[in-house]
Design a protein around this ligand. Structure first.
Ligand SMILES: Cc1ncc(COP(=O)(O)O)c(C=O)c1O
Length: 385
């Protein structure tokens, strides 16, 4: 009856089962995995956000495959404010970055074609690729004085079927940015083999040192699909407003945009009220980021204070994003450790293997957790060792 691609094992893993039991028993929980910004105690300008959704222009239907020009102008304005020039004609609106990935995969890949993804990274890729019949091949990131791409391994992972390389800039959960020298090497590799770059920049604005990293949206050496949206940039994941921006050599860019337009025209998925509200949603990024960055920096400083008082655990370097990777004694599997922390300390953390980190010795903490909860949860976690 069903397609092989949906033949998933949907049994909840042991940690999810333990979490459900913990919650069902009504036990208190110090959740260090929270990443939903609407539940982290940030204040939002509700008048501006809700007001923007009641634009009378939403009463008429103006189908446009790329999305309403007014919304695309707001996205181009976001890049212009970063001193990066992106044409409204090269931007397509999507309902999420995930949808942007599916458009890019559909544009580039035949069934069974391969896309390179960083390892460690964010766990949604497997499903996104499977649903599009794309095969993922991992390229390792090395941790040596910070994270970096293992270019030797990346080149070895390329086959005749490799269509694209994904970079997450900065990556989740390692928090490292792709360096200008790495962008140059990626361009050389991809242009020599006619491969595209897919750059996920949902955390681009969250550099802990306050310095702006260059976006891939103006990368012109190679066909590049840059994905972002208001989920993280403005802390508004519920609005389902994202975009895909195309850059690269003119002929390839034109061809890619024309093909993407057909895909987008088939679905016309972003709705009118949200598109019309895009300028207001993007405007919200200033006040959101002014609250989020101090939270992340504060929690990281608290983590460092607590780590300084013990010798068992340490953390890896973080340049940006919302997460920290904790190095813990590799005495049992990270899943067993996460279950033990949950059941004995009431602390919920993600095991590293969720993100393709080795299965022992790494845990991932969300740095957007409310400060008191983060301090108490971290303290209970560290007293375990
Ligand atoms: C690296 C990365 N990309 C994309 C997303 C999802 O973005 P969206 O809500 O726009 O699909 C996330 C969500 O956590 C993420 O961590």
């Amino acid at each position: 009856m069903f397609a092989n691609r949906t033949n998933w094992d949907l049994t909840p893993n042991r940690l999810s089962q333990a979490l459900a039991a913990h919650r069902a028993a009504g036990k208190p929980l110090l959740d260090l995995t929270v990443s939903n910004p609407t539940e982290c105690g940030f204040s939002y300008d509700s008048k501006a956000i809700l007001g923007a959704l009641s634009n009378p222009a939403a009463l008429s239907y103006e189908p446009n495959p790329k999305g309403l020009e007014r919304a695309r102008r707001a996205v181009a304005g976001y890049y212009a404010a970063r001193n990066e020039e992106v044409s409204v004609e090269d931007i397509l609106l999507t309902t999420s970055t995930s949808e942007g990935y599916s458009y890019a995969f559909r544009t580039l890949c035949n069934p069974g074609d391969e896309v390179l993804i960083p390892s460690p990274s964010y766990p949604l890729f497997d499903f996104l690729a499977e649903i599009q019949d794309v095969k993922l091949v991992r390229y390792p990131l090395l941790y040596d004085h910070g994270w970096q791409i293992d270019f030797h391994a990346l080149e070895q992972a390329i086959t005749a079927r490799t269509r694209a390389v994904i970079v997450v800039h900065p990556n989740n959960p390692t928090g490292h940015f792709t360096k200008p020298s790495e962008m140059k090497k990626l361009n050389a590799i991809c242009s020599a083999r006619q491969m595209a770059i897919i750059a996920d920049e949902v955390f681009l604005d969250f550099a802990l040192d306050g310095n702006r990293a260059a976006s891939f949206a103006t990368n012109s050496a190679v066909l590049t699909f840059t994905l972002s949206g208001v989920s993280k940039i403005s802390g508004l994941p519920q609005m389902k407003a994202a975009w895909l921006s195309v850059s690269g050599p003119q002929n390839l860019k034109r061809e890619a945009v024309a093909r993407l337009e057909v895909i987008a025209d088939t679905y016309l998925s972003p709705n009118a009220p949200v598109q019309l509200a895009m300028p207001a949603f993007l405007e919200q990024r200033h006040s959101f980021q002014e609250q989020l960055l101090p939270r992340v920096r504060g929690n990281l400083a608290e983590l460092d204070r607590q780590l300084a008082r013990q010798n068992a655990c340490s953390r890896l370097a973080v340049e940006g994003g919302w997460y920290a990777v904790l190095r813990v004694p590799a005495i049992r599997s990270d899943e067993d450790l996460a279950i033990q922390l949950l059941t004995t300390k009431g602390v919920y953390v993600h095991p590293g293997h969720f993100y393709d980190l080795p299965g022992t010795g790494y845990m991932v903490l969300s740095l957007v957790t409310p400060a008191n909860q983060f301090a108490e949860g971290t303290s209970r976690l560290l007293e375990n060792f």
